[in-house]
Design a protein around this ligand. Structure first.
Ligand code: ATP
Length: 464
C-alpha cells in the first residue's frame, strides 16, 4: 500500500488535500493522472449503464436538498444514534445496544453535560471491555453521531436554516421520480443513474482513499413492478448482480479477488430485504467495494408520506397505481480507483539489478494512451517530426510529449503512469518514415510506418 501511495503522489495521481497547510486528515486531491482515471471510469460507466440501455435515464440532482428529504428517507433519525468506538479495533457500537435502552435512558443526560474526562470514566465503568476484540478500557466516550454533514443556508445559523450535504446520491433520484415519469415517458421497469459527490461524517475514516468524508458515487435506482412472488424481484436482482460482476471484470479486476457477501437478515439496513456486498481483497483486508440492495418500496412510499405528493406509477394498461419496488446497485468511485490501482500495480524484475514499476491498466482506463518521445531534443528535424506526430495523435488519444532525460528513464516514467504505448522518433524515422512503438507490458518494440500509426495504436489499445 505504501508503494502505491508513494507512486500516486510522485506521478500525480493523488495528493494529500491542502498539502501546503499540512494537509487535512483523510482528504485527498486528484492530480492530472487521477482526474483522467476518474473521468475514464465515470464516462465508461455512463456509457455502459445509461447510453447502451433503453431502460435507463440519467440525472444530476443537487447536493444540498430540502432537509425534509432526509426526514422521509430515515437519515435524520437513523444517523443520529449514540455511538462508541473501540480505540483498538475501531469497531463502532450503539451504546443503547450494548447496555440496553433502560440503562442508556437513565444516563443519557449525563453524557450531554459532563466533561470529557468524566464521560471517559463513566463509559469505561459501563462498558469495561470492547465487545468485539475484548480489549480492556478501550471504549471511548459516546458521541451523538449524525453521519450527515450539517451546514447552514443563509446568514442566520439556527434550526430553520440547517441543512445537510447529501450522504448518498440515491435520494435525489427518488424525489425526482415523478419528474422523470412526466418528462421521459418511461414505463416501469426502468432505472435512473446518477454520478456525484456524497458526504459522510465518518467516525473512522482512513485506509487512504477507501473511507473519506467526501467521496463520489455512481448509483442506479431500478424501478420494478410490485413483485407477485420472490422470484420476480430475485430475477431483477440477479440481472444486476451479473452486470456488476461484468463491470468489475471490465475494470481489469481479477474476479477471484472479489467476494460476494450475502448480508445476514439481522444486519440488513432498515430499508433492505436483501443486500450483497461486493468485497475486494484490499491490501488492508477484505472490504466493501460495491453494494447491491433490494430496497422494496420503502423510499417512494416514505416520500409520498413526507411530501404529500403522489409518488405512485400508474400502469397504462391496467390503470393500477402502485409504488414500484427498487433494486439499487451502488458503486463508490474512490474505492473503484483504489482497487484498479492495486490490481494494475506491478513491480517487475527487468534484470538482476533492475526492477521497474508498471501500472498495467486496461487500455480504456489508462490516463495517458500514448507518449511521443523524440530520441534527442536538440536535432531540429527529429523534434519537428515528433511534434507533428504528437499534434496529430492528440486529436484521437490523450498523449504526452516528453523530450527530457534518457529514453530509458522516459520509458520508466510512462510505465509508472501506465501508458500503453510509447512512440519514439529517431534518426531512421527521418529516412524511412517509421517510428518505434514500445509496448508497456511486454516492452517489445516494433517499427510502424507513420501513416499506419493511428490505426495500429487504436487496434492494439483495444486489446489491452
Ligand atoms: P461501509 O459499510 O464501508 O461504510 P456503506 O455500506 O455505508 O459502506 P453504502 O451506503 O452502501 O456504503 O454506499 C455505497 C457505496 O459508496 C459503497 O459501496 C462504497 O463504494 C461507497 N462509500 C460509502 N461510504 C464511503 C466513504 N466514506 N468513502 C468512500 N466511499 C464510500
Amino acid at each position: 500500500m505504501d508503494k502505491i501511495i508513494s507512486l500516486c503522489k510522485r506521478r500525480g495521481f493523488i495528493f494529500p488535500s491542502s498539502d501546503i497547510y499540512g494537509g487535512l486528515a483523510n482528504s485527498w486531491d486528484f492530480g492530472p493522472m487521477g482526474v483522467e482515471l476518474k473521468n475514464n471510469i465515470k464516462s465508461e460507466w455512463w456509457k455502459i449503464f445509461v447510453h447502451s440501455r433503453n431502460d435507463m435515464v440519467g440525472l444530476d440532482s443537487a447536493i444540498i436538498m430540502n432537509p425534509k428529504v432526509w426526514e422521509s428517507s430515515g437519515h435524520t433519525k437513523g444517523f443520529s444514534d449514540p455511538l462508541v468506538e473501540c480505540k483498538k479495533c475501531h469497531r463502532r457500537f450503539r451504546v443503547d445496544h450494548i447496555v440496553g435502552d433502560d440503562v442508556w435512558n437513565k444516563v443519557k443526560d449525563f453524557f450531554e453535560e459532563a466533561s470529557n474526562e468524566d464521560k471517559e470514566k463513566k463509559i469505561k465503568e459501563m462498558i469495561p471491555e470492547c465487545p468485539e476484540c475484548k480489549e480492556k478500557e478501550s471504549i471511548m466516550a459516546p458521541r451523538n453521531f449524525n453521519l450527515m454533514l450539517k451546514t447552514f443556508l443563509g446568514v442566520v445559523e439556527d434550526k430553520t436554516s440547517t441543512t445537510y450535504l447529501r450522504p448518498e446520491t440515491a435520494q435525489g433520484m427518488f424525489v425526482n421520480f415523478k419528474n422523470i415519469l412526466d418528462s421521459s415517458r418511461k414505463q416501469v421497469p426502468f432505472g435512473m443513474a446518477q454520478i456525484g459527490k456524497a458526504f459522510r461524517n465518518e467516525i473512522t475514516p482512513g485506509n487512504y482513499i477507501f473511507r473519506t468524508r467526501e467521496f463520489e458515487q455512481m448509483e442506479i435506482e431500478y424501478f420494478i413492478p410490485v413483485p407477485k412472488d420472490d422470484k420476480e424481484w430475485q430475477d431483477h436482482f440477479e440481472h444486476w448482480r451479473k452486470q456488476m460482476a461484468q463491470w468489475i471484470t471490465h475494470l481489469g479486476i481479477d474476479y477471484s479477488h472479489i467476494h460476494e457477501l450475502d448480508i445476514p437478515k439481522e444486519d440488513l439496513a432498515h430499508y433492505s430485504k436483501k443486500t450483497i456486498d461486493f468485497e475486494y481483497e484490499f491490501p488492508f483486508g477484505l472490504s466493501e467495494l460495491y453494494g447491491l440492495a433490494y430496497r422494496t418500496d420503502f423510499d417512494l412510499k416514505n416520500h409520498e408520506n413526507g411530501s404529500g405528493e403522489n409518488m405512485k406509477f400508474r400502469d397504462p394498461e391496467s390503470g393500477e397505481e402502485y409504488w414500484p419496488h427498487v433494486i439499487e446497485p451502488t458503486f463508490g468511485i474512490e474505492r473503484t480507483l483504489l482497487a484498479v490501482l492495486v490490481e494494475a500495480f506491478n513491480e517487475e524484475e527487468v534484470s538482476s539489478d533492475d526492477t521497474r514499476i508498471v501500472m498495467k491498466f486496461p487500455g480504456w482506463i489508462a490516463p495517458v494512451k500514448v507518449a511521443v518521445l523524440p530520441l534527442v531534443k536538440n536535432k531540429e528535424e527529429i523534434v519537428s517530426k515528433a511534434t507533428k506526430i504528437f499534434n496529430r495523435l492528440q486529436q484521437n488519444f490523450v498523449c504526452q510529449y516528453d523530450a527530457s532525460a534518457s529514453i530509458g528513464k522516459r520509458y520508466r516514467r510512462q510505465d509508472e503512469i501506465g501508458t500503453p504505448f510509447c512512440v519514439t522518433i529517431d534518426f531512421e524515422s527521418l529516412e524511412n518514415n517509421e517510428v518505434t512503438v514500445r509496448d508497456r507490458d511486454t516492452m517489445n518494440q516494433v517499427r510502424v510506418n507513420i501513416d499506419e500509426l493511428e490505426n495500429y495504436l487504436k487496434e492494439n489499445l483495444n486489446k489491452k
